[in-house]
Each structure stands twice: as structure tokens, then as C-alpha cells.
Design a protein around this ligand. Structure first.
Ligand SMILES: *Cc1c(COP(=O)(O)O)cnc(C)c1O
Length: 399
């Protein structure tokens, strides 16, 4: 069945055909509660009517224009996105298609900013151990995990990885060689690791003092996932809400349509000039129409508060299982990691195998992040009773 695919994914044994809200259905009619949102992408769940309608209506008007022409829907999306990110200090946007591309754009802006201001040689971008920034050769270089630094040499030069530690920051952020610091506020792929207030406060202070750009990769943790529109908005620096120089977004940005964005603040908004960057598909009208629905829904204090509340409910629910196999639970909003003292993958398979059409039993879609961590990224629209059903299934699966 999958013979023609290159063997890049260890897939779970289920073929999905449709979804409805927080549920997906397979080709045998079996039903699964979706605690993955397609890796933080389907943030408004499946078959969400406003999203489906926006996509359908836009596809009947224009599917693609190319960036040499203006499009009202794309302009409206860009404006709405910059507005949502303005509290984080953002002023302008470049639209891309994916997280890796957004991070490539961020690295280009950081290098050019430093080159314009300080001349050649001040181009290093510091990233953190355990980080994940994408699969292109450059974003693999940025990724602070050794397992990604094999097979594809030579990797892009100019990246340094450091431990997540304020003192390591102080040593690494060298004014003469460093252009930027790239950080995930919540490290997703390496197991839902949440940065401390001390660490981000130190990062912001040192970056400001040394004119090193503070870049947040919010590809997974942004777009409301953690209960604020951008995750770093939950942090302070020097007594004021933390502001970034560059922010990248993708995953949930258009609710399932491929979409990515690099946002730039006061220092960086004018760095790119004509011809510096581009993308054939970036700024796609369907992604824009879908993204507008996501932004209008998610960038709303009451909606964001619900994400926090439901996230707390999920975390507290897992903790109160008091299960001996659960070692630690970490969460911010609906981004939750559960360290277990067993292999995570067999649990993912068992969660699918429990679905049984005849017995009207559903399965549970889960992700792992590392060998021993379960990762939950449910849609923001999940209900309290669905969280309860997920907890019941988890309890049974842990045995
Ligand atoms: C998924 C992810 C990426 C890469 O995004 P793609 O769309 O797969 O290129 C980059 N950074 C973070 C934090 C991610 O979670």
C-alpha cells in the first residue's frame, strides 16, 4: 500500500478518511479522538464549518495569484496577522508555506541585519540543545540535536548550540560574532520542555544589551496553542511584557492549509529589500482565507482563556490518575507532554488498536516526543467531556 513512498516515516497502522470536530474516522468506520491535530495543525478541529466555507469560497474565486500581484484576501490576512502579533512587538510579515521556510527567512533577516550594521563575520545564530527548527539543511543546522546532524554534510555554517542555561547564554551571546538567538518558548519535538522565566528574561536582557536579535520559533507553540496568542507573551523582561525581534509561525496558522510566516519588529522590519527573499506559493489566497478564520477565532481573549482552562484540565486530569507509569506531566495550554517509564510508541499503537466498531469503542490518536514522552496537542475546540474521554482511554492504556 505504501510501497511507493520513500521510507521516511514510521507510520501508525491506521488509514484516516474523514474528521468531525475532535474525532477522525478510518477506512473501516472506526472512530478516534484526535489528541494530535495533525501535529498542532488542525487547531480548530476537523470539518469546522467557517473554515471549510472560507476555503470553498476562496477556491472558487482565486486559488493562486503569485506575489507580483495584490490580492485583497492575502492583504487582509497579513494585516490581521500583524495585528495579532503587535503586542509581541511585530510590525511586518513575510508569508511562506512551512515552519522550516519561516525559520530560513528569520535566519536571513538576522544575518542581513547584522551585516548592514556591523559588517561581515557577525553572523552566528545561537540555538538551544533539544531544539527543533526544521528539515532543510540550514534549519537542521539550527536544530540543537545531534541525531539530525548526520548523513547530509556539509551542513550550513554559523550555528552554535548551547545548554538551556542563563550562564551558557551569557558566554555564547558574543557581540562580535553573534547575530541572533533562536528559541522555542516550549520545545515541542523534544518533549514539551517549557522555558523558565529566568532563562527568557536573561535572554531578552542580553540580546537587548548586545544588539543580538531575539528570535522566537513559535511554529508549534504559537497561534494560541499555549493560551496566549504567542507563547512568549506569558513572559516578562525588565518589568515589561517580553518583546521579540523576529517571530516565526506555521503549523496552526491556517488551520490545516500549508502556511508559514516570518514576522519582524522595529529593528528588523526594514531589513529585507526587493529581491532579498521570495516564494512562489507563499501568501496563497486559500491559506489566507483559512488563516483569517483562524485569527478571527483564536485571537480573542475569551477563546485564549478557554485554551488555558482546558489545558489545565488535561494536565490536572493526567496528574490525578496518579499512575505509577507517569513520571512527569508538563503543559502550557493545550500543549502537553507526559513522561512515562515505558516506551511511548507501543502506547500509541495500543491507543489505535483499542478502536472497535462492533463494540462502539473509539481509539485515541496520540503523538510521542522522544522515546518515553507522550505528546498531546488536541484541537482548541475540544470539549470538556472529550478531554474526559481521552483521560479515561489514557488510564486504560497505561494499564
Ligand atoms: C514543526 C516545526 C518546524 C518545522 O515546520 P515544517 O512546517 O515541518 O517545516 C520548525 N520549528 C518548530 C518549533 C516546529 O515544531
Amino acid at each position: 500500500m505504501t510501497d511507493v513512498f520513500m521510507d521516511t516515516y514510521h507510520r501508525l497502522p491506521v488509514t484516516l478518511v474523514k474528521g468531525e470536530g475532535s474525532w477522525v474516522f478510518d477506512n473501516n468506520g472506526k472512530k478516534y479522538l484526535d489528541f494530535t491535530s495533525g501535529i498542532a495543525v488542525n487547531c480548530l478541529g476537523h470539518n469546522y464549518p467557517p473554515l471549510v466555507n472560507a476555503i470553498a469560497q476562496q477556491s472558487a474565486k482565486l486559488i493562486h495569484t503569485g506575489n507580483y500581484f495584490l490580492s485583497d484576501i492575502v492583504s487582509a490576512f497579513a494585516q490581521r496577522l500583524v495585528k495579532a502579533c503587535a503586542p509581541g512587538g511585530m510590525k511586518k510579515v513575510f508569508l511562506a508555506n512551512s515552519g522550516a521556510e519561516a525559520n530560513e527567512g528569520a535566519c536571513k533577516i538576522a544575518r542581513k541585519y547584522s551585516l548592514n550594521k556591523y559588517g561581515a563575520g557577525r553572523h552566528t545564530i545561537v540555538t538551544l540543545n533539544g531544539s527543533f527548527h526544521g528539515r532543510t539543511i540550514t534549519t537542521l543546522s539550527a536544530t540543537g540535536q545531534d541525531k539530525f546532524h548526520v548523513n547530509f554534510s556539509p551542513f550550513t555554517d554559523g550555528f552554535v548550540h548551547i545548554p538551556v542555561d542563563p550562564q551558557a547564554l551569557d558566554r555564547a551571546l558574543d557581540e562580535k560574532t553573534t547575530a541572533g538567538l533562536l528559541v522555542e518558548v516550549v520545545q515541542g519535538e523534544s518533549g514539551i520542555k517549557i522555558q523558565t522565566h529566568e532563562f527568557l528574561e536573561t535572554a531578552a536582557r542580553l540580546c537587548a544589551q548586545r544588539d543580538i536579535l531575539l528570535i522566537f520559533d513559535e511554529v508549534q507553540c504559537g497561534m494560541g496553542r499555549t493560551g496566549t496568542f504567542l507563547a512568549f507573551q506569558q513572559y516578562m523582561a525588565g518589568g515589561a511584557p517580553l518583546k521579540a525581534d523576529i517571530v516565526t509561525l506555521a503549523k496552526g496558522l491556517s488551520g490545516g492549509i500549508p502556511s508559514g510566516a516570518v514576522l519582524a519588529g522595529e529593528k528588523t522590519e526594514g531589513v529585507f529589500s526587493q529581491g532579498d527573499h521570495g516564494s512562489t506559493f507563499g501568501g496563497n489566497p486559500i491559506a489566507a482565507a483559512a488563516g483569517l478564520v483562524v485569527l478571527d477565532t483564536v485571537d480573542d481573549p475569551a477563546f485564549l482563556a478557554e485554551i488555558s482552562r482546558k489545558g489545565n484540565m488535561l494536565v490536572e486530569g493526567i496528574k490525578s490518575l496518579n499512575h505509577p507509569k507517569v513520571k512527569e506531566v508538563r503543559g502550557k495550554g493545550l500543549m502537553v507532554g507526559v513522561d512515562v517509564d515505558t516506551e511511548a510508541w507501543p502506547l500509541l499503537e495500543a491507543a489505535i488498536a483499542r478502536a472497535d466498531g462492533a463494540k462502539n469503542r473509539s481509539g485515541l490518536l496520540m503523538l510521542s516526543a522522544g522515546a518515553n514522552t507522550l505528546r498531546f496537542l488536541p484541537p482548541y475546540t475540544i470539549s470538556d467531556s472529550e478531554i474526559g474521554q481521552g483521560l479515561e482511554m489514557l488510564k486504560e492504556l497505561l494499564g
